[in-house]
Write a protein that binds this ligand. Structure first.
Ligand code: GLP
Length: 242
């Protein structure tokens, strides 16, 4: 399928809309069913959306009935807890919104639970790596199992931890696999900033999954892309001209 794309002027301009839509989807799900399973990116891109969820939607739904499943995590056991994706999600969403349930990926027990929860994902909010990765599914990775143990590329490590190699944990991670992410009820992929323009160009330009893992979302049951102008580049000019 062709992924629907919306382009906003800036990250701050898109955040209220995306936050409102996420809150509305989760609210509908928790009203219809016992819980909603939400997989939010642990990247920096959605931080303005998480701020808008905290500021404007803490009371828009019963967050106690939301179950957050972690998308990816570092596997280095020596990584300081504060630098884990789990800690990021705790700061951004779990504690401030009083989210009812959380399944992480740090321990073997959590990972066993994650494999079960991953079969019923309602909503995923993705970022995208500069090399087109989603979760920690790097280019060339197999579509894989529900949960994969993976090697992270130097580019991903630099992007997440900076250029000083001595600050990096071991480049290993856990990630929900591409096929599992594809099957989610609805997927939103967010990209902001000129450094994401090449990855967005590959995604929207028809690159294969091997080259751009995010391309698997073209075969998702329901998916959309939300960009700022800087990330959209050519794609924005093309859609503006159409
Ligand atoms: C990181 C994470 C992904 C995230 C992506 C973009 O490595 N593993 O889950 O979506 O890369 O991150 P950021 O938004 O910080 O650029």
């Amino acid at each position: 399928m062709t992924l629907p794309v919306r382009v906003f002027p800036t990250p701050d301009a898109l955040a209220p809309t995306v936050a409102r839509e996420i809150a509305a989807r989760l609210r509908q799900l928790v009203e219809r069913r016992r819980e909603a399973v939400f997989v939010p990116s642990s990247g920096r891109t959605p931080e303005p959306v998480y701020r808008a969820l905290r500021d404007d939607h803490a009371n828009s739904l019963d967050w106690n009935r939301v179950h957050i499943l972690q998308m990816d995590e570092y596997a280095d056991p020596d990584l300081a807890e504060a630098r884990t994706f789990r800690a990021f999600l705790q700061r951004q969403l779990l504690r401030p919104l009083k989210v009812g349930r959380f399944t992480g990926l740090r321990t073997a027990g959590e990972r066993a639970d994650a494999i079960r929860v991953a079969e019923r994902i309602d909503l995923v909010l993705h970022g995208i790596g500069c090399n087109g990765h989603i979760g920690f599914n790097e280019p060339g990775a197999p579509c894989g199992d529900v949960l994969d143990s993976v090697m992270l590329t130097p580019q991903t490590m630099r992007s997440n931890f900076g250029n000083r190699m001595e600050d990096h944990p071991r480049p290993i991670g856990y990630t929900l696999g591409l096929e599992t992410l594809r099957k989610a009820g609805h997927s939103v992929l967010m990209a902001t900033g000129a450094h994401k323009r090449a990855a967005v160009g590959r995604l929207l330009g028809g690159a294969t999954i091997d080259l751009c893992p995010a391309a698997i979302l073209r075969d998702a049951p329901s998916a959309e892309v939300v960009l700022d102008r800087a990330a959209a580049g050519q794609a924005y000019r093309a859609s503006a001209a159409a």
